[in-house]
Write a protein that binds this ligand. Sequence first.
Ligand code: NAD
Length: 468
Amino acid sequence: MSKLKDREIKTAYDIQTKANIFFRPFDQRVESIKKLTKWIKSNEDEIKTSIKLDFKKPDIEIELTEIWICIKEADLIIKNLKKWMKPKKIAKTLTLITTKSYIQKNPKGKILIISPWNYPFQLTIMPLLAAIAAGNSVFLKPSEKTPNVSNLIKKMASEIFSPKDVVVFEGGKDTVNTLLKHDFDHIMYTGGIEVGQLIMQNAAKTLTPVTLELGGKCPVVVDKDVNLDRAAQKIIYYKFMNAGQTCVAPDYILVDSSVCDEFKAYCVKYIKRMYGDSELIKNNPDYCRIVNDEHFERLFNKLEESLNSGDKVIFGGDYDSNKSYFSPTLISSKMSSHIMKEEIFGPILPIIQVEQIEDAIENINSKDAPLAAYIFTNNKSKVNYFIGNIKSGAICINDLTLHLVHSHLPFGGVGKSGIGRYHGKFGFDEFSNEIPILKNINNSPLMLLYPPYTKRVRKIVNLVRKLF
Ligand code: NAD
């Protein structure tokens, strides 16, 4: 880490510390969010170009998952911020009858946001919007694995924000480590589990609260009592969007053995319908590429080891490292397979047969809690059984991933898939300190309880304890 960057971080930190002495009022927060929305709308082409330079995502996927979602979040905040900021009146209690109380949401201060490469724009801008809404100043550290997007985010911040409010530092782990030398008021990290643990260990030194948006193996249960064609269509869409490099993408399928072959055939049908035959997919711009060689190799090794342990390819298994191309790949697998150890985070989908719903739940709960769990069934009691027994950050029934798009649902993991929640009001709350405020009258009757503890005080205490 260069001494210059070290100094730049320290200078920005001091500037924001000074600027945070007074809280940012409503108008200033809304103005910042409007500026950000305007910038996104007028720089859509630059956003698309830089994402494509980092890795080839289809235009439609960029528009929906990187741009539209941020604009929608900004609109929601602008519409609701006044209401969210309004102190919440709290009912009186009998013992404190002369008081008035409310809860106020105050900014936390300086927020450090560390984001990953897979949705490099969205996963930096969504937490930024929430942090601004809550009145904070922000340090952004986008991923070094998507340098063009990181650079564009830095340019954006310099064009529309003062360093008093938002600064961007590019770079990898060295930059993170330098940033972590400073005492932030909250750290939000999105990425893999191991680095999440490092961030939390570091934050513990200064008792800094954290939001950790991590990963995991998101399971899908497919029951026999469901429209298999529709289930396969949805699963294939959400698995192979962004070439499986999505934290809430289905990681593996547990399908009722009586319909397994039929389900596999539907999956193949939808891969071909969405992306074409094996040869066509290779050149299809609607199919995303793998972000870099390191991840390509990771996926290659995963598939090799899975096949060596007895798994069989149902579809795909092709790749071209020169083009960062890894085909949509379906494999017949088992819970003990090598591929079931860690999150796949790429376009390989293991399909595993199960005999009954209880087996599916046992298999899922034998692993760390995922970010999302999915079930396809028309059987209400199976839905209830699933909801009642699965430990997961979220649950979606007869669809996938949509909970992430719903502005009024909290987003986040449990256990190893993360700590904390954001999106919509949940993001505003995450970056706010909830402050209880109480006001009393001058001549409070509670003063009758003060020393000296005379017989009169004793009588009042006895009465209070009897009545309340
Ligand atoms: P990444 O490699 O881009 O790392 C994320 C951030 O951590 C980057 O800014 C990087 O610079 C920093 N970093 C990396 N190594 C570090 C180290 N040793 N010390 C300090 N900082 C370090 O992204 P990734 O980790 O490959 O992201 C993929 C993971 O993120 C997957 O597990 C995925 O499921 C998860 N993810 C979760 C969510 C969510 O919302 N929960 C969203 C996207 C991705």
